[in-house]
Design a binder for this molecule. Structure first.
Ligand code: SF4
Ligand code: SF4
Length: 358
């Protein structure tokens, strides 16, 4: 593919390139050149990124650092002249510290995207998690999210903890940890009238983060449509198909060939795989620079992208309480039955989760 230079890229051609980028962002690998061309269009009107951490292990940030196309420094740190994205606050990656760093949260000077990593503590008035101080008083994560969400161009929840509560919200959830949508409310809309975008995963794939962030930056400039989201707030370009749909062991499942022990041939459904009820493109995109995935490497999918993770997707090595249907059995009862069983399973799980938290 030939790419035009930045100077030669008229608005019309750029919009065409943007449509191309839309397709490429969702393909197996991100197209570095197109992303840079897209980013160059917002040069001079830099978008600030305020990335704050609640209850999290920082693995989402570490996963982001594994992005290769484009390189994370190109995208986030603005080290290439044609890329203008200002990472004004990011606990792990930013160069500033102390009061100078905190100033970006206290008095944002530019339009900004709010990225939330980790869940938000609500019990004890949020004092389980604080970031910095104002006038000698610690400021809670929940107060930062409340303040910064008001003026954000868009709010993005990075990882399952920020999206749905994740591990910190596991029963008995002593800190009252919740995801960003539970905290801000399903009716929340950003300054540009965007709903919260969830990029779940424990951690999320770097492509999901970079691709969504890039498309959202362009959406704030009206150069790219706001990404389509599913009912759980996830971009459909990454979270539409199930792990099971694209699994290389799927033929073994359909034949009823199930492994009884790890390391044995066969589908690992009976060893706890939650692939049939988990939605992400791990098995087509693959992880570790396109090398492998959980089920490819012989480990069960633990449904880390689902709101029910971890309480209702565990024990991780126990088979789902819905029957595995071999190809012959499925042909007899119809695929719809499998879907209905999975739906019923998650519905029950969500009701029970609700009971635990409230
Ligand atoms: S290993 Fe999991 S995702 Fe793959 S076919 Fe078996 S049940 Fe489906
Ligand atoms: S295969 Fe399942 S557990 Fe593994 S990263 Fe993907 S969604 Fe998460």
């Amino acid at each position: 593919m030939q790419h035009q230079t930045n100077d030669a890229l008229s608005r019309r051609n750029f919009l065409k390139a943007g449509v191309g980028a839309a397709a490429l962002l969702s393909t197996f690998r991100l197209d570095e050149t197109l992303i840079k061309e897209a980013m160059s269009q917002i040069r001079g009107g830099g978008v600030s990124v305020l990335w704050i951490h609640g209850a999290a292990c920082q693995a989402c940030t570490v996963s982001l650092l594994n992005t290769t196309y484009p390189d994370v420094t190109d995208v986030l740190l603005g080290t290439l002249p044609q890329v203008k994205l200002d990472l004004d606050y990011q606990t792990v990656l930013m160069l500033k510290w102390g009061n100078e760093a905190l100033e970006a949260l206290k008095n944002p000077q530019k339009d900004y995207l709010l990225l939330v990593e980790g869940s938000i503590q609500t019990k004890n008035d949020g004092t389980f998690c604080t970031i910095g101080e104002i006038d000698g008083k610690p400021v809670t994560m929940k107060d930062w999210v409340t303040k910064l969400a008001k003026d954000a161009l868009a709010v993005i929840a990075i990882g399952t903890c920020a999206s749905y509560g994740g591990i910190p919200a596991g029963a008995p959830n002593p800190t009252g940890a919740v995801g960003t949508t539970d905290f801000l409310g399903t009716n929340y809309r950003s300054r540009l009238n965007f709903p919260i975008v969830n990029i779940p995963g424990c951690p999320p794939h770097p492509d999901w983060m970079v691709g969504t962030l890039t498309s959202l930056i362009l959406a704030t400039k009206k150069l790219y449509p706001f990404p389509e989201l599913d009912s759980l707030g996830r971009p459909t370009m990454y979270f539409e198909r199930s792990i099971h749909d694209d699994c290389p062991r799927r033929g073994l499942y359909d034949e009823g060939n199930f492994a009884e022990k790890f390391g044995h041939d066969g589908c690992i459904y009976k060893l706890g795989c939650k692939g049939p009820i988990s939605y992400a493109d791990c098995n087509s995109r693959k992880w570790n620079n396109g090398l492998t995935s959980c089920t490819i490497s012989g480990a069960p999918c633990i449904a880390c992208v689902q709101p029910e993770f971890p309480d209702k997707s565990s024990p991780f090595f126990d088979a789902l309480p819905i029957p595995a249907l071999s190809y012959k059995e499925a042909a007899g009862v119809g695929v719809a039955v499998g879907g209905a069983l999975a739906g019923a399973y998650w519905l029950r799980a969500r009701k029970e989760k609700h009971r635990v938290e409230h």
